[in-house]
Design a protein around this ligand. Sequence first.
Ligand SMILES: NC(=O)C1=CN([C@@H]2O[C@H](COP(=O)(O)OP(=O)(O)OC[C@H]3O[C@@H](n4cnc5c(N)ncnc54)[C@H](O)[C@@H]3O)[C@@H](O)[C@H]2O)C=CC1
Ligand SMILES: C[C@H](O)[C@@H]1OC(=O)[C@H](O)[C@@H]1O
Length: 254
Amino acid sequence: MKLLEGKTVLVTGGSTGIGRAAAIGAAQHGADVAINYVASDEKAESCIAEVEALGRRGIAVKGDVALPETATDFVAKAVEAFGKVDVMVSNAGICPFHAFLDMPVETVDRTFRVNLHGAYYMVQAAANQMVKQGHGGVIVAVSSISALVGGEFQTHYTPTKAGVHSLMQSAAIALGKHGIRCNSVLPGTILTEINKDDLADEAKRRYMEERTPLGRLGMPEDLAGPIVFLASDMAAYVTGAALLVDGGMFVNLQ
Ligand SMILES: NC(=O)C1=CN([C@@H]2O[C@H](COP(=O)(O)OP(=O)(O)OC[C@H]3O[C@@H](n4cnc5c(N)ncnc54)[C@H](O)[C@@H]3O)[C@@H](O)[C@H]2O)C=CC1
Ligand SMILES: C[C@H](O)[C@@H]1OC(=O)[C@H](O)[C@@H]1O
């Protein structure tokens, strides 16, 4: 069964990792897909080629989500290409691991600007388009298990993920009257570029695996199903919710 037939799905940070898996997952479920990306043109093009190989339309729009104009430009280009926006997956993020006491102010500012300001601008731009269209819509934000727990080298990062989770709660209230649902997914530890260096530490990686009741770390594709589900009518009465996708890591205290 295709859950997103005829829908237009936008994904930020869509050329790699979880965003890419979400973009491909949406296309597998019948959606046309627009991805935002900031780095490699080649990776963005290969993602769109995968979308097109599934028989769907795709576009890639370059831009830094930390800038408000990137959000309005992304939404405008998606509307130009596909006529509407049904789903926004706000996913782009960074996590430059660093100790707390000597955290550079630039690292704090950049992490907040990309992860939290970027999500805010994207959600707001998509919501304005959805309200204009008048037939509702869905926003799924990629928060994190880090919205609920801390990290010694993530003191600048975990507050942004708690912020994204909170943004979805408030947006769910602000946008419910327009038929727009807002939810977050909270991934655990997923093997992507963002944590490649951190998990190169064998002992840390083994610890994270052993903390996970399902016995393995996550893959980007593990997020595709939960994101597609929340974006679909299967979740028609779900808003303001947060879905942990962590192999059970969070509940495994002792
Ligand atoms: N990998 C993990 O264990 C977890 C990841 N997350 C979140 O998942 C999201 C996706 O990350 P991953 O797929 O893991 O890593 P990733 O590094 O593959 O993906 C992040 C994407 O965001 C893009 N991006 C970074 N800065 C950007 C900017 N200024 N403008 C536009 N795009 C930008 C990157 O180019 C990249 O494509 C992030 O928000 C991250 O915080 C949440 C929980 C766990
Ligand atoms: C990047 C980290 O490995 C990852 O990011 C998160 O949000 C998770 O909590 C992990 O720490």
